[in-house]
Design a protein. Structure first.
Length: 95
């Protein structure tokens, strides 16, 4: 079997059985942000970070929830991505 294929299958299996880091999530809430495309841009930038598994936008609460692998990403690293957008925000654990 091709070495690359073997490595890929091992990586895939590790994700399926839960090896590696633990899953975590945070929610970024934005104040005075009424631009949907700005919220989408934040979610896209967060999604591009290593370790980020998923982002969910909630336009009604003006928030983005981020699910990530804590062995590859941290809330502090994600904060820097959000800070770079220049909006006023707060980070909290999901409810």
């Amino acid at each position: 079997m091709n070495r690359g294929l073997v490595l890929f299958l091992m990586w895939l299996l590790a994700g399926v059985v839960g090896c590696g880091g633990s899953r975590a999530s945070v929610v970024y809430s934005f104040q005075e942000l009424d631009c949907s495309s700005c919220l989408i841009a934040v979610a896209q930038d967060l999604s591009a970070r290593p370790g980020v598994d998923d982002t969910t936008i909630d336009k009604s609460t003006v928030a983005v929830q981020v699910a990530y692998d804590s062995s590859l990403a941290s809330p502090e690293a994600l904060d820097k991505v959000v800070d770079a957008k220049g909006f006023s925000w707060t980070r909290k654990s999901p409810t």
